[in-house]
Design a protein around this ligand. Structure first.
Ligand code: MN
Length: 288
């Protein structure tokens, strides 16, 4: 069982479910932020200025609300509940997430990162909007598949390593969910309360399930929404710092210098009125 920690992103307070000290990754999933429920007003909502990424995919999924995505590839895309924005950073990309200007109401969702393997992490950046995701029903749970496969539903989302990511909407009652035994899995409770193999898991908490399971028994007294994450255990050692996923301090320090120095070939401009987010100081002494 993993407790989230509170973190701040732009003007939002988020619950960071991953990474935690006891568990850094689940498959290649290496970062899970839960944001909201919060209300979007004239004054704001999600407003995260341009910031860089490398070595990861960002996967954005909303339960409520709307967010406008812009990036250094020229993408400009509103995302709504039930859709995925999948951005591949590769060697470098920059994005901003801002209010649509017209949406008012509740905002709630998840921001996920997937570590890219050595085979692709120096590759090109990319952005894909998946307007419709495959859905299926498993033992009374309605399942929306973000990435990978659940039962007969296969997401078209790119995956660089074997992965699954899905939202489960549980009815009140029991559900026996099939799992891929070569994957490790985790369940993050987004709404409501769930018993995982009889153990209660509250909203924002994560139950880590390990590898080798063919099923997991879920039970929900009043219904719940749960994020299923899984994948083949990620064999490569990661160094995560700020918005970068790398392998060494030197590599991460170089990315930070390229961002601060305005290297437009690597981290290009984004067409937004929001201010650039500066890199924090490195937590270690740079080597000369
Ligand atoms: Mn980001």
């Amino acid at each position: 069982m993993l407790e989230p920690r509170e973190a701040h992103v732009g003007t939002m307070t988020v619950q960071r479910a991953l990474p935690r000290r006891q568990r850094r990754t689940v498959g290649a999933w290496c970062f899970v932020d839960l944001f909201g429920p919060a209300s979007v007003t004239e004054q704001g909502g999600v407003d995260i200025g341009p910031h860089p990424h490398m070595g990861l995919h960002t996967v954005t999924y909303l339960l409520d609300g709307q967010v406008l995505h812009r990036d250094s590839l020229g993408s400009e895309q509103v995302i709504r509940p039930g859709q995925v924005n999948l951005m591949t950073a590769g060697r470098g990309v920059v994005h901003a997430e801002e209010p649509t200007g017209s949406y008012r109401g509740v905002m709630q969702g998840v921001q996920l990162w997937v570590a890219q393997p050595d085979a692709t992490r120096d590759g090109d950046a990319d952005f894909t909007h998946l307007a419709q995701l495959p859905q299926t029903s498993v033992d009374g749970a309605e399942v929306t598949v973000l990435v990978g496969t659940v039962a007969d539903a296969v997401s078209p989302a790119r995956q660089d390593t074997p992965l699954v990511g899905a939202e489960l909407r549980l009815e009140a009652g029991d559900c026996d969910l099939p799992l891929e035994p070569s994957y490790e899995h985790a369940l993050v409770v987004l709404q409501g309360r769930v018993l995982v193999e009889g153990r209660p898991v509250e909203r924002t908490r994560t139950a880590y399930l390990g590898v080798g399971r063919t099923t997991v028994g879920l039970s929900s007294p009043e219904g719940a929404r749960v994020l299923l994450l899984g994948g083949e255990p990620f064999g490569e050692e990661l160094l995560m710092w700020w918005n970068f996923v790398g392998r060494s301090r030197d590599e991460v320090a170089q990315a930070s210098r390229d961002w601060e120095g305005g290297d437009d070939d690597r981290f290009g401009p984004v067409a937004t009125a929001l201010a650039r987010v500066p890199a924090p100081d490195l937590p270690w002494q740079p080597r000369n």
